[in-house]
Design a protein around this ligand. Structure first.
Ligand code: F6P
Length: 593
């Protein structure tokens, strides 16, 4: 073929392609003009984008308003977030331990605030939100104090929220609380070398009690969309149970103790059920990123799920859960502080109350008598100190406040006995003429009495073998408005990630701890001030209102995103002809998802 022939052929080909394209174009536009759904589609897009823009505008506006509120976190900030970002949301707190216990005492009733980090953190939050707190009514006079709906208004001297008590039978309490929660999950989650015990009957009780609390949440909810703040390892199954009954609820679960690595976690016979239960939450919070990562690893290993590490989100069973670190904290400023005597007066009172020598340095430990707290390790350190520095015998006294806890369990009874034996031994070896180097008081103390002790101390020892956060460390810092006192803090407590000016110790290393004790005993007032000032700033800025506020803000964002998704989904539905199933649903019907 000649060159001219080839050119002609190319020309004809191009003309025919052009004509076909024109034909297709006209055919499509004719189809569009005749097609009603296409018109609806365009209108639907407009509806969707306008609604989406509205929600986004609101979303951005709220983000800004909260950034402004970041300056100081207070009960007002929290109320503002609730009012502006989660309007009309009812806050329901669920925990095992109640914030106020009524016990019979003689002919009357005594009010007890339990020794619990959870309670000291959640109480100011619930007060600020005027919410409902659902908890196990374990006090001997609890039933006497409630109304016909098992409710009592608290705090008793200035009621600002409702405490709803849940009653448990002796078997339920044994199986759910003492058994599964405290002989199973507690040692499983703490590296303290106490073997977890798993019994099928305990698991059954745990599940039944979680269901009982789910029923109570549903009964207390005023509408379909409450914000439920589920607290701790007693309620791993509750988030899923709430989600099934109140799909629109925001469920924020906070795990107050560490989460083990997936290898350790794997020994739990109900590991999948626990993960499935927790993933009913909208948000799961841990004190540290490390524990949040351990949780995500466990999910990765044991459940079919999609993990978006960059977004800290887990998609499982058609629902997304955020997994974040929210370091818990305490009330700041502490209302109680204004009612306490000055430091000199506290020192005098505490020395008088416990018969301590006036000239000895006072070292304290304050906690529940628990094997995770490293109480025996403190005694080791003291022994080591006296061995290395005999000149300090008689010049330092160690006061241990040990609130009785879970005392019917063998591991706790054993610890109690060991502590008493060790204290007696030290007192025998190093005590003289009324001087006892160790004073151990295994009794409950009121919050006021505990704060007087914090203010009286020269050194506070927080030597947990493993701890989610440990709020005693933060309480000690908050109590010291005189900017004096030294904090010895275990590297295995979450608080050591924030309170860097403490003397950070390894409780397993008695030599190191005795070195830190000796450093603390000789630290200048100036150095104490520098360290304490910095730690006080940290606790002030990262107070408990910020902790709760961050979770509520994330919850508000989730809810807005949910609204956005719903708006878009509705618009898609609008845009779709009645007889056409959207692709997503078609895939579902066909079992493709
Ligand atoms: O540390 C975990 C924790 O649940 C805390 O949140 C709480 O302060 C403490 O244990 C309470 O222990 P219990 O209620 O068993 O006395």
């Amino acid at each position: 073929m000649t060159d001219q022939g080839i050119d002609l052929l190319w020309g004809l080909l191009l003309v025919s392609l052009g004509l076909s394209a024109l034909a297709v174009f006209f055919s499509i536009s004719r189809h569009r003009r005749n097609s009603t759904p296409a018109t609806v589609h365009v209108a639907g897009e407009d509806v969707a984008s306008e609604a989406a823009r509205k929600v986004l505008r609101e979303f951005e506006k709220n983000g800004q308003s909260v950034d402004a509120a970041l300056v100081t976190w207070s009960p007002e900030t929290l109320r503002k977030i609730l009012h502006e970002d989660l309007p009309e949301a009812q806050v329901i707190v669920v925990s095992n331990r109640e914030p106020y216990i009524h016990n019979t005492k003689g002919d009357g009733v005594e009010l007890v605030v339990p020794a619990s980090g959870l309670v000291s953190a959640m109480e100011p939050i619930t007060r600020a939100c005027a919410g409902t707190w659902i908890a196990y009514g374990g006090g001997t006079a609890d039933r006497q104090m409630v109304d016909g709906d098992d409710r009592v208004q608290v705090p008793p001297d200035n009621p600002s929220y409702t405490l709803r008590r849940v009653w448990l039978s002796e078997e339920e309490y044994q199986g759910y609380y003492l058994g599964f929660a405290n002989e199973g999950l507690w040692p499983l989650c703490h590296i303290a070398f106490t073997r977890p015990i798993f019994r099928e009957s305990d698991w059954d009780a745990y599940e039944a009690v979680n269901r009982k609390f789910a029923d109570t949440v549903v009964a207390e909810a005023r509408n379909e969309r409450p914000i439920v703040l589920v607290q701790d390892y007693h309620f791993a199954l509750l988030p899923r149970m709430i989600r099934e009954r109140l799909p629109e609820a925001i469920v924020i679960t906070f795990w107050h103790i560490p989460w083990p690595n997936s290898e350790v976690y794997s020994i739990c016979p109900w590991r999948e059920r626990i993960l499935d239960g927790l993933l009913g939450s909208s948000i799961i919070g841990f004190h540290t990123q490390f524990h949040a990562n351990n949780f995500t690893e466990s999910v990765d290993r044991f459940l079919e799920s999609r993990i978006e590490r960059a977004d800290a989100a887990i998609s499982y069973g058609g629902q997304t859960t955020l997994v974040h670190a929210y370091p818990i904290s305490i009330e700041w400023p502490l209302q109680l502080l204004a009612k306490l005597p000055d430091v000199a007066e506290c020192r005098a009172r505490v020395r008088d109350r416990f018969g301590l020598p006036a000239d000895a340095k006072l070292c304290i430990g304050v906690e529940r008598l628990d094997y995770t707290k490293g109480i025996l390790d403190r005694f080791h350190a003291l022994e080591e100190l006296f061995t290395r520095h005999p000149e300090l015998i008689g010049k330092v006294v160690f006061l241990q406040i040990a609130a009785p806890s879970r005392g019917t369990l063998p591991a706790y009874r054993q610890l109690h006995d060991e502590c008493m034996r060790y204290a007696d031994d030290l007192n025998l070896r190093y005590g003289a003429d009324g001087y006892r180097p160790v004073v151990i008081v295994a009794e409950h103390h009121s919050q006021k009495a505990v704060y007087e002790i914090y203010r009286a101390a020269d050194i506070c020892m927080v030597t947990s073998l493993h701890d989610g956060m440990n709020l005693v460390a933060k309480e000690f810092v908050s109590a010291r408005d005189d900017e004096q006192g030294v904090l010895l803090l275990s590297t295995f407590a979450g608080a050591s990630r924030e309170l860097l000016e403490a003397l950070i110790v390894n409780p397993y290393d008695a030599a190191m701890m005795s070195g830190a004790l000796s450093q603390a005993l000789t630290m200048s007032a100036e150095e104490q001030r520098e360290r304490m000032r910095r730690m006080r700033e940290i606790v002030r800025d990262n107070n408990v209102y910020r902790w709760a506020g961050s979770m509520l803000l994330d919850a508000a964002r989730l809810r807005k995103r949910g609204e956005l998704d719903r708006v878009t989904a509705n618009a898609e539905r609008l845009a779709t002809p009645d007889n056409v199933v959207p692709i997503f649903e078609r895939k579902q019907v066909a079992g493709l998802r």
